[in-house]
Write a protein that binds this ligand. Structure first.
Ligand code: ATP
Length: 464
């Protein structure tokens, strides 16, 4: 639904969630900056993930490893040899295409596991033409590596060449022994990390869905070989529950298992969590049983022992790994899509006439909402007293303060940015009961709450 996507993008830009990157210089394609509300939503998403996957999970610990790594890392991981897309150019109009996309878009054929020759033959046999000019005159297919290259130090030669990491996972694998030794964790245990990754994607797009600079939230869960498929199931349901607890609807999530042809050669099982974005189903979260592939590769490349010694059975083994890997931007886009709503509201005015209006509202889960509450003095005269409430609440949460315009207009503004509670300070608050009116964003119901109970009231609403 293109219209919904446009509306979401417009709202994100106009309210300060997401701006086009480097805009005053005409932008830089497919880069995005997160504005005052976007940075809150993004941080809340990352905090929610860390809370569920580290704080509340007794198996897991956290890590923050460097973006720049010894290039041997990418030899071991297979990214230098194999992390590439099959590209071909149209000789007529000089546009560049991914061969696999050309075939999939042509007749839906899944080309996972095909060689370049197989794809080339298929394109010729079926007469697949350039989507841009309609001719069939392509170059051969070449593999294009997706890693960003950069240089360290003063000379730009091959010895100083480095890569921006294309995933956070390898920072975890190279620290496996460090973490196991220093935490004295026994297998099974997991290491969770949130951080930037970079991929020189050929076809970025769909707003923040596919970008070249993005953040990942990855867990590498180490377990005993043979127990891996049980843990694979455990993490799949853990991930699913996490999404549901943050308000994503069941019908907008589907789990798609990779069949044998699609599986990576080292993976025993992989499930993609797909979300129904406005442009259709797209991968949100990949959960994979990576066997002992990564640790074995690092053992072979570094010559270091990364085996685990099980003190209970006196066995030595290389742990198997279950990896749930989630993109921050993709969860951001899912959360925004899920939250976006336009409601028709019918009310009666002073003269008893029916009034209809459309309310744009973001139904964010309170734990994710940029502002948890907005404090609104009924009239400007009450601003100093209302500010006392603001000062008290802002020690605990992000809260907004708004004294401009009618109460109705202020409610609508907060609805649009997804603030779950509006707190109005009126004359009764001051003169009678020390209570404020708390208005619920979703039900629009109001209730009186004592100022002394406000923090506990809001905290209770934020659990997930
Ligand atoms: P896709 O098939 O969409 O390119 P992938 O299978 O290459 O994704 P993984 O390598 O499994 O993705 O990465 C794990 C997660 O990281 C993805 O599920 C997604 O949430 C996120 N991710 C990967 N590439 C990008 C990107 N270019 N922009 C934003 N998020 C990304």
């Amino acid at each position: 639904n293109e219209k919904v996507m446009d509306k979401i993008v417009d709202l994100c830009k106009s309210k300060g969630f997401v701006y086009p990157g480097s805009e005053i210089y005409g932008g830089l394609a497919n880069t995005w900056d997160y504005g005052p509300l976007g940075v809150e939503l993004k941080n809340n998403i990352k905090r929610a993930w860390m809370k569920k996957f580290v704080q509340e999970n007794k198996y897991n610990v956290g890590l923050d490893s460097a973006i720049l790594m010894n290039p041997q890392t990418w030899v071991a991981s297979g990214h230098i040899g194999g992390f590439s897309d099959p590209l071909m150019d149209c000789k007529e109009c000089k546009t560049r295409h991914r061969a696999d996309n050309l075939i999939e878009d042509f007749d839906g054929t899944n080309v996972a596991g095909w060689s370049n020759e197989q794809m080339m033959d298929y394109i010729k046999e079926k007469g697949i033409t350039c989507p841009n000019c309609g001719k069939q005159n392509f170059t051969d297919i070449r593999q294009f590596n997706l890693m960003f290259k950069t240089f360290q130090g003063v000379t730009e030669d091959s010895k100083s060449e480095l890569y921006l990491r294309p995933e956070t996972a390898q920072g975890i694998f190279v620290n496996f022994a460090n973490i196991q030794r220093t935490t004295r964790k026994k297998v099974p245990f997991g290491v969770a990390q949130v951080g930037k990754s970079f991929r020189n994607e050929i076809t970025p797009g769909n707003f923040i869905f596919r970008v070249r600079e993005f953040e990942q939230m990855e867990l590498e869960f180490f377990c005993k070989p043979g127990t891996d498929l049980e843990w694979f199931d455990y993490w799949r349901s853990y991930c699913r529950n996490f999404l549901l607890s943050l308000g994503l609807k069941e019908e907008n999530i589907r789990l798609r298992d990779h069949d044998k042809e699609e599986l990576c050669f080292y993976s025993k099982a992989t499930t993609d969590f797909e979300y129904l974005f406005p442009f259709g189903w797209g991968e949100l979260w990949g959960v994979a049983d990576r066997t002992d592939y990564d640790l074995t590769q690092h053992i072979n490349t570094s010559g270091k022992s990364l085996e685990y010694f099980d003190p209970e059975t006196n066995e030595k083994y290389i742990p198997y790994v279950i990896e749930p890997s989630l993109g921050v931007e993709r969860l951001f886009l899912s959360v925004v899509t899920e939250a976006y709503d336009e409601e028709e509201i019918v009310s009666t005015d002073k003269d008893g006439k029916e009034k209809r209006e459309t309310r744009t509202v973001m139904h964010f889960h309170p734990a994710l909402a940029p502002f948890k509450a907005a404090v609104l003095p009924l009239v400007k005269k009450l601003t100093p007293k209302a500010e006392e409430v603001y000062d008290m609440l802002s020690k605990k949460f992000m809260v907004d303060f708004d004294e401009a315009g009618t109460i109705g207009k202020r409610y609508r503004r907060q609805d649009e940015i997804g603030t779950p509670f509006c707190i109005t300070y009126d004359f009764d608050t001051l003169e009678k009961d020390n209570c404020v009116t708390v208005r619920d964003r979703d039900t629009m119901q109001q209730e009186r709450v004592n100022i002394n109970d406000l923090v506990a009231y809001l905290e209770a609403k934020m659990t997930f």
